[in-house]
Structures are given as C-alpha cells and as structure tokens.
Design a protein around this ligand. Structure first.
Ligand code: UT7
Length: 317
C-alpha cells in the first residue's frame, strides 16, 4: 500500500487562549505551559460531515482520481450527530462514490487502525483504491465549564487515498482495556422495560494517568517498530505523532534521544483533534513541501480504550 492523495479541512472559527480566559478560570500561561496549545479551530455552523466530505474530495483530487475510482471507504470517527448511518456512508453520498463503506472507532488511534485495515484489504486483493478519512469534533464531547478538558480540544477532518504499492513498511496496534481513565457516555432512548440506572456524562479524563500511559505506550510502539524493521531512530525523517499535548511529543523525543526537528507539530494551532490530528499534520507537511520522495515517516497515536497504533511508511509521491 502507498499514499497517493492527501487532504484536510478545519473549521473557520479560531478560539484563542485569551478567548477562553473570558469565561473560564484559566490563563494563557497555564494552557501554553501545560499543553503547548495557543489556539484551536472549533465547529460553529459547520457540519462535521461536510468537512469530512471536503477533505475526502481534496485527497481524491490530489490522487488524480475520481470518486468513482474509490472502491472502499473507511472513516475514523468517535462522535457526530448521527449514531447511524455511519459517517463513511454520508461521505460516500456527498462525494458520489459507489463503494462499500465502514466506520471505525478506536478513539485518537483510529486513523492508524483505519490505515491498517486498508492495507489488509489491499493485500487481500479485495480493493485497489481506498479512501481513509478521520473526522472528529471532540469539542462536542466536553463540558465547557470544565477548564481541565475544554481547553484541550479542536475539530477537523483529514483524509488520504491509498492504493497498491510499496510504501507501508510496518505497523503495530495494541489495546489494553482501561475504560475508566478516559470516556464519554451517552444515555440511550428509554424503553418501558429498562430497569437499570443509566446516565449521560461529558468526557471524563484522568489527565495525569493518560499522560503517563501515552508517553510509555507510544515510546514502546516506536521502539518495537524500529526494532522490527532494523531501523534506528535517526532513519526516520518525520515522527508524525498524535497531537494531544506538546509535552507528550517532547517526552517521546527525549526518550528516543532525538532533537525536536524530527517531530513536526501543529498542536499549538489545532489543539487535540482526536484521530484527525495525524492526517491534519501530514497534510500540512505535504502542503508546505516538507515531504520528499523516499522520506521515512513514523506515525504513532494513543487514545481512549486504551488503544495505540503506530506505523512506518515511505513517502512515495
Ligand atoms: O487524546 C486524548 C489523550 N489525552 C491526552 O493526551 C491528555 C494527557 N494529559 C495531559 O495532557 C495533562 O495531564 C493535562 C494537560 C490534561 C493536565 O496537565 P497536568 O500537568 O497533568 O495538570 P493537572 O491535571 O495535574 O492539574 C494541575 C492543576 C490543578 O490544580 P490544583 O489541584 O493543583 O490546585 C488543576 O485544577 O491545574 C489546574 N487546572 C487548571 N488551571 C488553569 C486544570 N486545568 C486548568 C486550566 N487552567 N485550564
């Protein structure tokens, strides 16, 4: 499998730390020091499905294909306004594709899980051109009176088109069920027969626990992938890590004894956009001309579950 097209979309509204200071007991200093985030993009009047469809159109155009050339769509998504149908079905209709579609929810690691599913499908010969989209609106999952959480997130959608080729070198997915440290719970419709107690709760996160788990698991995944492929840390041109917190990226760089020049980042302008963060950053690097043919890129993500996903691929465009 290789990547032949990339595209992304973020909402119009820029929400700065100073704007958060207007209604929260917080400060630009606290947010910047603890997270590296200065501003994020947040959905106002946009529909996530429109952003996802536009990111998909851009990736398909970049690949030089038509929507009808796509023979499978996988969308990574945690929440949107529909429980069903899936976001991938909505994207299919919006872009005019005709293929089978499925969504995957592996929280912030979802884009890597979706890429890995695409690789399997291509290897099995069941599909040739696959659209992988990650579309997320985590700003709709948090309590906006909770200063510990709402300052962290932003919204966005990123997409890639993959096809047969020699770009995807290795991958590693892990899950260790730890549902109590990060979750968002929604009450379902009542029935006359429900006797159990049910509740809705905005996102809960034990930040310190997640921080430690994230650094350890991502460092472990990266080390394992490098060992498996016989590469050394400096062989990787770009470590495109899930953009949750600048301190997490810095801790992983320090663990690998690499300077930050190998670790592109946009968390300072985008906040944590869940599984969309990696394709958003990849598209930025691509648009800025920072990806050269032959570059080895390592992506690594972690998120609720607790899930992790990492992969190494070569830039072949
Ligand atoms: O993609 C999903 C994965 N999620 C993550 O990767 C998040 C991982 N965790 C983190 O990034 C960090 O844990 C946070 C940025 C969420 C928090 O940073 P921290 O250094 O772990 O701070 P803390 O939660 O221990 O809170 C320290 C203090 C507390 O006050 P006290 O108890 O020491 O008086 C908080 O109440 O900071 C306070 N605090 C704030 N103060 C000002 C929490 N949020 C804020 C805020 N502004 N926004």
């Amino acid at each position: 499998m290789k990547i032949i097209g990339v595209g992304s979309v973020v909402p119009q509204k820029v929400l700065t730390n100073a704007m958060l200071e207007e209604f929260l007991d917080t400060s630009d200093e606290w947010i910047t020091e603890r997270t590296g985030i200065s501003e994020r993009r947040i959905i106002t009047s946009e529909l996530l499905e429109d952003m996802a469809s536009e990111a998909a159109r851009r990736a398909i155009a970049d690949a030089g294909l038509a929507a009808t050339d796509i023979d499978y769509i996988i969308c990574s998504n945690v929440v949107n306004e529909y429980i069903t149908p899936s976001m991938s079905c909505i994207i299919q209709g919006a872009i005019g594709a005709k293929c089978a579609c499925v969504d995957v929810n592996a929280a912030c690691s979802g884009f890597i899980y979706a890429l890995d599913m695409a690789d399997d499908r291509i290897k099995s010969g069941k599909a040739k051109n696959i659209l992988v989209v990650a579309a997320e609106e985590p700003t709709r999952m948090v309590d906006w009176a909770d200063r510990a959480l709402c300052v962290l997130f932003g919204d966005g959608a990123g997409a890639v088109v993959v096809t047969e080729g020699e770009g995807y070198i290795a991958s590693r997915l892990t899950t260790a069920s730890k549902t109590s440290c990060l979750y968002y719970q929604r009450r379902l419709e009542p029935t006359p027969y429900i006797t159990k107690e049910e509740k809705s709760a905005p996102m809960y996160m034990n930040g310190r626990d997640v921080f430690k788990t994230a650094v350890l698991s991502s460092s472990r995944d990266i080390t394992a992938l490098l060992k498996q492929t016989g590469l050394v840390p400096a062989d990787i041109k770009h470590y495109v890590l899930h953009q949750a917190n600048m301190r997490i990226v810095e801790a992983i760089a320090s663990y690998l004894k690499l300077d930050m020049s190998h670790f592109p980042h946009n968390v300072e302008r985008r906040g944590n956009t869940s599984s969309a963060s990696i394709p958003l950053l990849l598209d930025e690097l691509y648009q800025e001309g920072r990806l050269q043919r032959g570059d080895k890129i390592l992506m690594s993500a972690f998120g609720a579950g607790f899930t992790t996903g990492a992969c190494i691929f070569e830039w072949t465009k």
